[in-house]
Design a protein around this ligand. Structure first.
Ligand code: PMP
Length: 273
Protein backbone atom coordinates (compact mmCIF):
# COMPACT_ATOMS: atom_id res chain seq x y z
CA UNK A 1 0.00 0.00 0.00
CA UNK A 2 1.38 3.38 -1.05
CA UNK A 3 0.38 6.53 0.77
CA UNK A 4 1.18 10.18 0.20
CA UNK A 5 3.20 11.90 2.92
CA UNK A 6 3.94 15.62 2.50
CA UNK A 7 5.78 15.59 -0.81
CA UNK A 8 5.57 12.15 -2.32
CA UNK A 9 4.40 8.55 -2.32
CA UNK A 10 5.85 6.16 0.27
CA UNK A 11 5.25 2.62 1.36
CA UNK A 12 2.87 2.80 4.28
CA UNK A 13 5.34 0.84 6.45
CA UNK A 14 8.12 3.37 5.96
CA UNK A 15 6.05 6.58 6.12
CA UNK A 16 6.88 8.36 9.36
CA UNK A 17 5.35 11.37 11.09
CA UNK A 18 7.01 12.96 14.12
CA UNK A 19 5.74 11.95 17.56
CA UNK A 20 5.52 15.69 18.18
CA UNK A 21 3.11 16.26 15.32
CA UNK A 22 0.21 18.52 16.30
CA UNK A 23 -2.28 15.94 15.11
CA UNK A 24 -1.00 13.53 17.76
CA UNK A 25 -0.14 15.90 20.62
CA UNK A 26 -3.03 18.36 20.56
CA UNK A 27 -5.35 17.12 17.84
CA UNK A 28 -5.40 20.24 15.70
CA UNK A 29 -5.72 18.64 12.35
CA UNK A 30 -8.49 18.41 9.80
CA UNK A 31 -9.54 15.58 7.54
CA UNK A 32 -11.80 14.42 4.76
CA UNK A 33 -13.01 11.01 3.65
CA UNK A 34 -13.63 10.86 -0.08
CA UNK A 35 -15.24 7.98 -1.94
CA UNK A 36 -13.59 6.54 -5.04
CA UNK A 37 -15.13 4.27 -7.65
CA UNK A 38 -12.73 2.53 -10.03
CA UNK A 39 -10.12 5.17 -9.26
CA UNK A 40 -12.43 8.14 -9.79
CA UNK A 41 -13.29 10.36 -6.86
CA UNK A 42 -16.76 11.57 -5.97
CA UNK A 43 -17.31 15.26 -5.12
CA UNK A 44 -13.60 15.91 -4.56
CA UNK A 45 -13.92 19.65 -5.17
CA UNK A 46 -16.54 19.93 -2.42
CA UNK A 47 -14.37 17.88 -0.05
CA UNK A 48 -11.32 20.03 -0.74
CA UNK A 49 -13.31 23.21 -0.18
CA UNK A 50 -14.45 21.84 3.20
CA UNK A 51 -10.88 20.79 4.07
CA UNK A 52 -9.71 24.36 3.43
CA UNK A 53 -12.65 25.78 5.43
CA UNK A 54 -11.89 23.47 8.36
CA UNK A 55 -8.17 24.35 8.22
CA UNK A 56 -9.01 28.06 8.23
CA UNK A 57 -11.34 27.53 11.17
CA UNK A 58 -8.50 25.92 13.14
CA UNK A 59 -6.02 28.62 12.12
CA UNK A 60 -3.83 26.16 10.19
CA UNK A 61 -1.86 27.41 7.19
CA UNK A 62 -4.00 27.34 4.04
CA UNK A 63 -3.57 23.90 2.41
CA UNK A 64 -2.38 23.88 -1.20
CA UNK A 65 -5.45 22.28 -2.77
CA UNK A 66 -3.72 21.60 -6.10
CA UNK A 67 -1.13 19.62 -4.19
CA UNK A 68 -3.81 17.72 -2.26
CA UNK A 69 -5.63 16.96 -5.51
CA UNK A 70 -2.39 15.71 -7.04
CA UNK A 71 -1.70 13.56 -3.96
CA UNK A 72 -5.18 11.99 -4.21
CA UNK A 73 -4.66 11.15 -7.89
CA UNK A 74 -1.24 9.65 -7.18
CA UNK A 75 -2.55 7.47 -4.34
CA UNK A 76 -5.49 6.26 -6.42
CA UNK A 77 -3.21 5.41 -9.31
CA UNK A 78 -0.77 3.54 -7.08
CA UNK A 79 -3.49 1.45 -5.35
CA UNK A 80 -6.18 0.30 -7.77
CA UNK A 81 -9.42 -0.50 -5.88
CA UNK A 82 -12.98 -0.91 -7.18
CA UNK A 83 -14.51 0.98 -4.24
CA UNK A 84 -12.21 3.05 -2.04
CA UNK A 85 -12.17 5.54 0.82
CA UNK A 86 -9.50 8.18 0.50
CA UNK A 87 -8.51 9.65 3.80
CA UNK A 88 -6.93 13.10 3.61
CA UNK A 89 -5.37 14.28 6.87
CA UNK A 90 -3.79 17.71 7.28
CA UNK A 91 -2.27 18.79 10.59
CA UNK A 92 -0.34 21.75 11.98
CA UNK A 93 3.13 20.18 11.80
CA UNK A 94 5.26 19.89 14.93
CA UNK A 95 3.67 20.72 18.25
CA UNK A 96 4.19 23.86 20.37
CA UNK A 97 6.73 21.85 22.42
CA UNK A 98 9.06 22.65 19.56
CA UNK A 99 7.92 26.19 18.92
CA UNK A 100 11.40 27.60 19.63
CA UNK A 101 12.49 25.90 16.42
CA UNK A 102 10.37 28.22 14.32
CA UNK A 103 7.87 27.29 11.64
CA UNK A 104 7.65 23.52 11.44
CA UNK A 105 5.34 23.39 8.46
CA UNK A 106 2.32 21.16 8.16
CA UNK A 107 1.74 17.45 7.64
CA UNK A 108 -0.33 16.09 4.77
CA UNK A 109 -1.22 12.41 4.56
CA UNK A 110 -3.41 10.82 1.89
CA UNK A 111 -4.18 7.13 2.32
CA UNK A 112 -6.61 4.77 0.63
CA UNK A 113 -8.64 1.98 2.18
CA UNK A 114 -11.23 -0.39 0.80
CA UNK A 115 -14.85 0.66 1.14
CA UNK A 116 -17.83 -1.67 1.22
CA UNK A 117 -21.40 -0.97 0.21
CA UNK A 118 -23.48 -0.51 3.38
CA UNK A 119 -26.68 -2.43 4.11
CA UNK A 120 -29.85 -0.67 2.95
CA UNK A 121 -30.96 -0.12 6.53
CA UNK A 122 -29.45 -0.08 9.98
CA UNK A 123 -30.23 0.44 13.68
CA UNK A 124 -29.33 3.66 15.51
CA UNK A 125 -29.43 4.86 19.09
CA UNK A 126 -29.64 8.31 20.62
CA UNK A 127 -26.95 9.27 23.11
CA UNK A 128 -27.23 11.55 26.16
CA UNK A 129 -24.22 13.66 25.20
CA UNK A 130 -24.81 16.87 23.26
CA UNK A 131 -23.36 18.52 20.21
CA UNK A 132 -22.49 22.13 20.91
CA UNK A 133 -24.03 24.28 18.20
CA UNK A 134 -22.07 27.31 19.46
CA UNK A 135 -18.60 25.77 19.92
CA UNK A 136 -15.36 27.01 18.40
CA UNK A 137 -15.11 23.79 16.37
CA UNK A 138 -18.73 23.52 15.31
CA UNK A 139 -19.01 22.67 11.64
CA UNK A 140 -15.29 21.97 11.24
CA UNK A 141 -14.15 18.50 10.27
CA UNK A 142 -11.28 18.24 12.73
CA UNK A 143 -9.35 15.14 13.73
CA UNK A 144 -10.73 15.53 17.28
CA UNK A 145 -13.18 12.66 16.89
CA UNK A 146 -12.85 11.13 20.35
CA UNK A 147 -16.41 12.07 21.33
CA UNK A 148 -17.68 10.32 18.22
CA UNK A 149 -15.59 7.26 19.05
CA UNK A 150 -17.21 7.06 22.50
CA UNK A 151 -20.73 7.49 21.10
CA UNK A 152 -20.14 4.94 18.36
CA UNK A 153 -18.87 2.41 20.90
CA UNK A 154 -22.13 2.93 22.83
CA UNK A 155 -24.07 2.29 19.61
CA UNK A 156 -22.16 -0.94 19.01
CA UNK A 157 -22.91 -2.09 22.58
CA UNK A 158 -26.59 -1.74 21.69
CA UNK A 159 -26.37 -3.59 18.40
CA UNK A 160 -26.62 -0.34 16.43
CA UNK A 161 -24.26 1.10 13.84
CA UNK A 162 -24.72 4.81 14.50
CA UNK A 163 -25.39 7.14 17.43
CA UNK A 164 -27.42 10.31 17.06
CA UNK A 165 -26.79 13.48 19.06
CA UNK A 166 -29.13 16.28 20.04
CA UNK A 167 -27.65 19.77 20.49
CA UNK A 168 -27.59 21.81 23.70
CA UNK A 169 -31.20 22.96 23.22
CA UNK A 170 -32.53 19.46 22.65
CA UNK A 171 -32.82 19.58 18.89
CA UNK A 172 -31.89 16.65 16.68
CA UNK A 173 -28.42 17.30 15.25
CA UNK A 174 -26.44 14.50 13.55
CA UNK A 175 -24.69 11.17 13.95
CA UNK A 176 -21.05 10.40 14.73
CA UNK A 177 -20.30 10.20 11.02
CA UNK A 178 -23.54 10.99 9.27
CA UNK A 179 -26.34 13.51 8.87
CA UNK A 180 -29.88 12.57 9.69
CA UNK A 181 -33.18 13.00 7.82
CA UNK A 182 -36.73 12.22 8.91
CA UNK A 183 -39.94 11.83 6.96
CA UNK A 184 -42.93 13.42 8.64
CA UNK A 185 -46.37 13.71 7.00
CA UNK A 186 -44.88 12.98 3.60
CA UNK A 187 -42.18 15.63 3.87
CA UNK A 188 -38.42 15.01 4.13
CA UNK A 189 -36.82 17.15 6.85
CA UNK A 190 -33.26 17.56 8.08
CA UNK A 191 -31.69 19.73 10.81
CA UNK A 192 -30.08 22.97 9.59
CA UNK A 193 -26.32 23.47 9.83
CA UNK A 194 -27.08 25.97 12.64
CA UNK A 195 -28.11 22.94 14.75
CA UNK A 196 -24.39 22.20 15.04
CA UNK A 197 -24.17 19.41 12.48
CA UNK A 198 -21.45 19.06 9.91
CA UNK A 199 -22.24 20.59 6.56
CA UNK A 200 -22.33 17.10 5.05
CA UNK A 201 -21.62 16.85 1.36
CA UNK A 202 -24.05 13.95 0.95
CA UNK A 203 -26.59 15.92 2.99
CA UNK A 204 -26.33 18.88 0.61
CA UNK A 205 -26.79 16.60 -2.40
CA UNK A 206 -29.73 14.82 -0.75
CA UNK A 207 -31.39 18.18 -0.06
CA UNK A 208 -30.81 19.21 -3.68
CA UNK A 209 -31.95 15.92 -5.17
CA UNK A 210 -34.97 15.16 -2.97
CA UNK A 211 -36.28 18.63 -2.14
CA UNK A 212 -35.82 17.96 1.60
CA UNK A 213 -36.47 20.96 3.81
CA UNK A 214 -34.27 22.17 6.67
CA UNK A 215 -36.12 22.48 9.98
CA UNK A 216 -35.37 22.65 13.69
CA UNK A 217 -36.52 19.28 14.98
CA UNK A 218 -36.93 18.24 18.61
CA UNK A 219 -35.11 14.98 19.38
CA UNK A 220 -38.44 13.23 20.01
CA UNK A 221 -39.31 13.63 16.33
CA UNK A 222 -37.57 10.25 16.10
CA UNK A 223 -40.50 8.74 18.04
CA UNK A 224 -43.00 10.06 15.47
CA UNK A 225 -41.18 9.98 12.17
CA UNK A 226 -42.57 7.69 9.47
CA UNK A 227 -39.06 7.13 8.12
CA UNK A 228 -35.55 8.00 9.24
CA UNK A 229 -32.45 7.89 7.09
CA UNK A 230 -28.77 8.76 7.30
CA UNK A 231 -26.45 10.29 4.72
CA UNK A 232 -22.67 10.21 4.50
CA UNK A 233 -19.90 9.76 1.98
CA UNK A 234 -19.58 6.03 2.64
CA UNK A 235 -23.29 5.33 3.12
CA UNK A 236 -24.81 7.57 0.47
CA UNK A 237 -28.37 7.17 1.80
CA UNK A 238 -29.05 4.49 4.39
CA UNK A 239 -32.46 3.71 5.90
CA UNK A 240 -33.00 3.23 9.63
CA UNK A 241 -35.08 0.29 10.90
CA UNK A 242 -34.66 0.86 14.64
CA UNK A 243 -34.19 3.96 16.77
CA UNK A 244 -33.47 3.02 20.39
CA UNK A 245 -36.36 0.64 21.26
CA UNK A 246 -38.61 1.76 18.39
CA UNK A 247 -38.85 -0.44 15.30
CA UNK A 248 -39.53 1.10 11.91
CA UNK A 249 -40.72 -1.92 9.97
CA UNK A 250 -40.36 -1.84 6.23
CA UNK A 251 -37.25 0.35 6.27
CA UNK A 252 -36.05 1.64 3.90
CA UNK A 253 -39.49 3.20 3.39
CA UNK A 254 -40.78 4.74 0.16
CA UNK A 255 -39.27 8.24 0.58
CA UNK A 256 -35.93 6.80 1.68
CA UNK A 257 -35.96 4.47 -1.31
CA UNK A 258 -36.61 7.48 -3.56
CA UNK A 259 -33.61 9.25 -2.06
CA UNK A 260 -31.48 6.12 -2.52
CA UNK A 261 -32.51 5.89 -6.18
CA UNK A 262 -31.65 9.56 -6.71
CA UNK A 263 -28.16 8.74 -5.50
CA UNK A 264 -27.78 5.58 -7.54
CA UNK A 265 -28.89 7.39 -10.67
CA UNK A 266 -27.13 10.70 -10.24
CA UNK A 267 -23.97 9.93 -8.28
CA UNK A 268 -22.52 7.77 -11.07
CA UNK A 269 -22.81 10.75 -13.43
CA UNK A 270 -21.12 13.01 -10.92
CA UNK A 271 -17.85 11.09 -10.55
CA UNK A 272 -14.88 13.37 -11.10
CA UNK A 273 -13.17 12.99 -14.48
N1 PMP B 1 -21.38 14.41 10.36
C1 PMP B 1 -20.19 13.98 10.81
C2 PMP B 1 -19.81 14.26 12.22
C3 PMP B 1 -19.31 13.29 9.95
O1 PMP B 1 -18.12 12.86 10.38
C4 PMP B 1 -19.73 13.03 8.62
C5 PMP B 1 -18.82 12.25 7.70
N2 PMP B 1 -17.92 13.10 7.06
C6 PMP B 1 -20.98 13.50 8.20
C7 PMP B 1 -21.78 14.19 9.10
C8 PMP B 1 -21.44 13.29 6.79
O2 PMP B 1 -20.72 14.13 5.91
P1 PMP B 1 -20.41 13.72 4.41
O3 PMP B 1 -21.71 13.50 3.72
O4 PMP B 1 -19.69 14.91 3.86
O5 PMP B 1 -19.58 12.49 4.44
Amino acid sequence: MKIWLNDGLRDVDSARVSVLDHGLTVGDGVFETVKSVEGRTFALTRHLARLARSARGLGLPEPDLDEVRHACAAVLEANPLPLGRLRITYTGGLSPLDSDRGDQGTTLVVALGEAARRPDSTAVITVPWTRNERGALTGLKTTSYAENVVALARAHEHGASEALFANTVGQLCEGTGSNVFVVLDGEILTPPVASGCLDGITRALAVEWTGAREADLPLDVLERADEVFLTSTLRDVQGVHRVDGRQLPGAPGPMTTKAMRAFDERAADDLDP
